[in-house]
Design a protein around this ligand. Structure first.
Ligand code: FMN
Length: 260
């Protein structure tokens, strides 16, 4: 049984989920979501097609919906969805499910996996014991997910996250609408060594090197990858990250996230 898992990841949480699940399943290809921009057709060789993405302000990043839009599956393929979030998945699963349904496909399995939060503009890295605890829990859950997939199980669709309330939606949409504007205002200090790691990590290709300087485009999805992974701590937004401890998934190296 061959599978493919598409992921979107800033700090490595969803990549770690995809990789661990691939290890459990065997014969599984792990690909960044951006692959779907070039090719919307899922190869017939895959029996299962999975997507794993974070919840940012109760929704998947807009880029994830863009990538999942108009994907073409064959009749036999089965689909699973994973929201790898900090504990409040909100409507992340619903966002992905909507795109799969629009492609006239059912979803067989849906899961939430809780890992450390990554929003450094509001908080720094959680304590090590917390990170390790949730990584261990996530691997236990992924083991069960692999059994469900191997046994061809179907589960009930997930509801919205327990902390999500419809009355938050306007505020949530306001935050999402600001992603690009905030990203455009990221500042790079003279600690930058132009190593281009941020550029290679950015899951939406929003960062470029112009005349030896890192510059930000206008389609940031707020994954925080550039700020969190910069080894010189050279990237910040309004000084918010300056005194905060960086976070990335303990089992992911920054090279693992390089897409270009
Ligand atoms: C901009 C932003 C907003 C976030 N909002 C939420 C949220 O609403 N609910 C939640 O559970 N986690 C939230 N998080 C935490 C991430 O969902 C969580 O850390 C996720 O596992 C990160 O995955 P990644 O490293 O693959 O990007 C947010 C993180 C960021 C960067």
């Amino acid at each position: 049984m061959k599978s493919v898992i598409y992921y979107f990841s800033g700090t490595g949480n969803n990549l770690a989920i995809a990789k661990q699940l691939a290890k459990e399943l065997g014969e599984t290809t792990v690909l960044p979501m951006s692959e779907l921009v070039q090719n919307k057709m899922i190869s017939d060789e895959y029996e299962w097609v999975g997507f794993t993405a974070p919840s940012y302000f109760s929704h998947v990043p807009p880029y994830v919906e863009e990538c999942m839009k108009d994907v073409s599956y064959n009749e036999k393929q089965k689909v699973f969805l994973i929201a790898g979030c900090g504990g409040n998945r909100g409507l992340a699963i619903q966002d992905m499910r909507k795109q799969v349904y629009n492609s006239k496909k059912e979803v067989d399995l849906e899961y939430m996996v809780m890992l450390s939060g990554s929003y450094i503009l509001s908080y720094g890295s959680f304590p090590m014991w917390y990170q390790k605890f949730f990584i261990k829990q996530s691997y236990k859950k992924i083991h069960k997910m692999a059994l469900d997939i191997k046994n061809g199980r179907k589960r009930k669709p997930l509801g919205k996250g327990i902390f999500y309330k419809t009355k938050y939606e306007a505020a949530v949409q306001h935050s999402i609408a600001n992603y690009a504007m905030i990203g455009k205002q990221f500042k790079v200090s003279d600690k930058c060594s132009a190593c281009e790691a941020c550029l290679k990590i950015c899951p939406v290709g929003n960062i470029s090197l112009t005349d030896g300087k890192i510059t930000f485009g206008d389609h940031c999805n707020q994954c925080m990858g550039c700020i969190q992974w910069c080894q010189n701590h050279a990237i910040d937004y309004q000084g918010k990250a300056a005194k905060r401890k960086r976070y990335h998934h303990l089992d992911v190296k920054r090279q693992d996230l390089f897409q270009r």
